[in-house]
Design a protein. Structure first.
Length: 58
């Protein structure tokens, strides 16, 4: 499975393969990956706002 496809599945952009086996531990792993990816994207947005947008208003 490609990295971009997996990211799209984590962010609910693309539906997952219905034929793929899904165990309880796999659900936990994907849930943790989804949370960490969303936290990372929020942190990048905050950094961009602080470094790019806020200096424009000063």
């Amino acid at each position: 499975m490609g990295i971009l496809r997996q990211l799209a599945e984590y962010l609910y952009i693309k539906k997952r393969d219905p034929n793929e086996p899904r165990t309880q531990w796999m659900k936990y792993m994907h849930g943790m990956n989804r949370i960490s990816l969303i936290m990372f994207l929020i942190a990048v947005i905050i950094i961009l706002v602080r470094l790019v947008i806020l200096p424009l208003f000063k």
